[in-house]
Design a protein around this ligand. Structure first.
Ligand SMILES: Cc1ncc(COP(=O)(O)OP(=O)(O)O)c(N)n1
Ligand SMILES: Cc1nc(C(=O)O)sc1CCOP(=O)(O)O
Ligand SMILES: [Mg+2]
Length: 207
């Protein structure tokens, strides 16, 4: 499966009361990967929501990724995204199997991306490229990093942090494969607008 296009990420506060409707609207517009990102420790709600999102993803032929939680990903038979403090990649690969999609946060450090590739990651993620409402304190990354990453790491490259329709095109032009977006996709009341934005993000990969 080719990892290229919009990588939609949920946010429990932003999507409170409209998680499924806004996610379905995004899927309608086209989503390559959907990440369920819930930073709470409400295990029952997390399981219920992740199961619901998996059903939606299956209907639209989209892969679901669970943020932080490899055991939950294993329970559902889906992929996982792990940050630098979310546990090692190698045991996650053993747990989830060779076909699972496993992503790794590499901030702005090429060495972390090379290590992630060695340890079996499916894609590497760099960021934050712009000011982020969701995670303002994330370490900053510069767009020049992307050409270096392309040369040194043979994996799909995800970019994240403050990405909107107004600033995403240069990231794609400099080698990004996946645009990982929360607020720039879901930060709007109208489900129709979410669908429009999803289509517009994907159109950036058309040429
Ligand atoms: C695609 C993607 N890239 C980076 C992150 C950030 O992961 P992490 O550093 O573990 O931070 P949290 O998202 O867990 O707060 C991500 N989730 N997805
Ligand atoms: C979850 C996350 N990780 C980041 C990193 O740089 O690693 S930035 C970020 C927030 C992404 O949300 P938004 O699209 O609303 O800025
Ligand atoms: Mg994490």
């Amino acid at each position: 499966m080719k990892l290229r296009g919009l990588y939609a990420i949920t946010d429990s506060q932003l999507l409170a009361g409209r998680l499924f409707s806004h996610v379905e609207a995004a899927l309608e517009g086209g989503v390559c990967l959907l990440q369920y990102r819930d930073k709470s420790d409400d295990a029952a709600r997390r399981l219920h929501e992740a199961e619901g999102l998996l059903k939606l993803c299956e209907r639209y032929g989209t892969q679901l990724i669970i943020n932080d939680d490899a055991p939950l990903a294993a329970h559902l038979g889906v992929g996982v995204h792990l940050g630098q403090t979310d546990g090692p990649l190698t045991p996650a690969r053993t747990l989830l199997g060779r076909d699972a999609i496993i992503g790794s946060t590499c901030h702005a450090q090429l060495e972390l991306a090379e290590q992630a590739a060695t340890e079996g990651a499916s894609y590497v993620a760099f960021g934050r490229f712009f000011n982020s409402v969701t995670k303002p304190g994330a370490p900053a990354a510069d767009i020049a990093l992307l050409a270096q990453a392309r040369a040194r790491v043979q994996l799909p490259i995800a970019v994240i942090g403050g990405i909107t329709l107004d600033n995403a095109a240069p990231l794609v032009a400099h080698g990004a494969d996946l645009l990982a977006v929360i607020h720039g996709l879901f930060g709007v009341d109208s489900a129709q607008e979410v669908t429009r934005r999803a289509r517009a993000f994907n159109a950036l990969f058309a040429s």
